[in-house]
Write a protein that binds this ligand. Structure first.
Ligand code: ZN
Length: 85
């Protein structure tokens, strides 16, 4: 039989760093949406996501075309404009 611990709170791994996050009262309303343990992980994940999106070809969202896109990353400095979702 399993002992029920005093700290029997929900727990899940951070999607970015994988460290376990324990339920916090501040997350009571958003626990299902909480995916990252910190703002830093959230920012890192957003960076990863946008980097992946740059390489992924989505139908109807390919302004430069495949040939131009292939050289785009190497020839142009990466601009640090905020990505608006
Ligand atoms: Zn994390």
């Amino acid at each position: 039989m399993k002992m029920r611990r005093k700290s029997d709170l929900p727990e899940k791994p951070c999607r970015q760093c994988g460290r376990p996050m324990v339920w916090r009262k501040a997350w009571a309303k958003t626990w299902d949406e909480v995916a990252y343990c910190s703002d830093r992980c959230r920012a890192e994940a957003a960076k990863d996501r946008s980097a992946r999106r740059r390489n992924a070809v989505r139908p109807g969202d390919d302004p430069a075309g495949p040939r131009e896109a292939a050289t785009d990353d190497r020839t142009r400095p990466r601009r640090s404009v905020p990505i608006l979702e």
